[in-house]
Write a protein that binds this ligand. Structure first.
Ligand code: GLN
Length: 197
């Protein structure tokens, strides 16, 4: 299964490694035209405003077409790009996950931290369950509103931190930076189901 990792900027290489460990065939996406050849996409962390600048108008439209039809997973800045509403400051989003998300929401003192959260989906089959999970937050955004069609797959301190709507999934932390592969596995399962179904 070919999975792309958007490689315009940010920490795409850690995602590449994790996906390869889980058996995916990884393509680093540097040009929007490459989106045509993949079955799923990860939009990594970085700086969401910089992603928007680097994509430009036509790149944004091509990316929007992809995320509307194929499985996509955004982490941190990638989560911001997938959201419907972006605050602090206001910024356009691809709009595929009905959440309001606030950039850099945890303040300067706790710019980066490792916290324990809860994965609310069972490992393996994604059915409801509850497991402690280490989560690495870096200048993280906070999901402040969750629309009715959105599933919460993980939480931390009462905040939703992994959400999914249809074929799009978003995490406000960096699952590629801890040892636990569960979140990437859930995404690969989504991509596999999307091909077979
Ligand atoms: N603060 C960044 C933004 O607003 C996201 C940080 C990250 O991706 N680690 O886009």
């Amino acid at each position: 299964m070919k999975i792309g990792v958007l490689a315009l900027q940010g920490d795409f290489d850690a995602h590449r490694k994790r996906l390869e460990e889980l058996g995916a065939d990884v393509v680093l996406i540097k040009k929007p035209e490459q989106l045509a050849g993949i079955e799923g996409l990860i939009i990594p962390g970085g700086e969401s405003s910089t992603f928007l600048k680097l994509l430009g108008e036509s790149g944004f439209e091509q990316l929007r077409e992809f995320v509307c039809s194929k499985p996509t997973f955004g982490t941190c800045a990638g989560a911001i790009l997938l959201a419907k509403e972006v605050e602090n400051p206001r910024q356009r989003g691809l709009g595929v996950i009905d959440v309001a998300i606030r950039r850099n929401a945890y303040g300067r003192q706790i710019d980066s931290s490792i916290r324990e959260g809860k994965l609310l989906a069972r490992r393996g089959d994604g059915k409801p369950g509850e497991h402690p999970m280490e989560m690495v937050f870096i200048r993280a955004p906070r999901i402040e509103r969750v629309g009715s069609g959105v599933e919460v797959l993980a939480s931390q301190g009462g905040d939703p931190v992994v959400v999914r709507q249809g074929k799009a999934m978003a995490a406000t932390f960096h699952p590629e930076l801890s040892d636990d592969p569960s979140i990437h596995q859930i995404f690969l399962d989504m991509a596999r189901n999307s091909i077979s179904g």
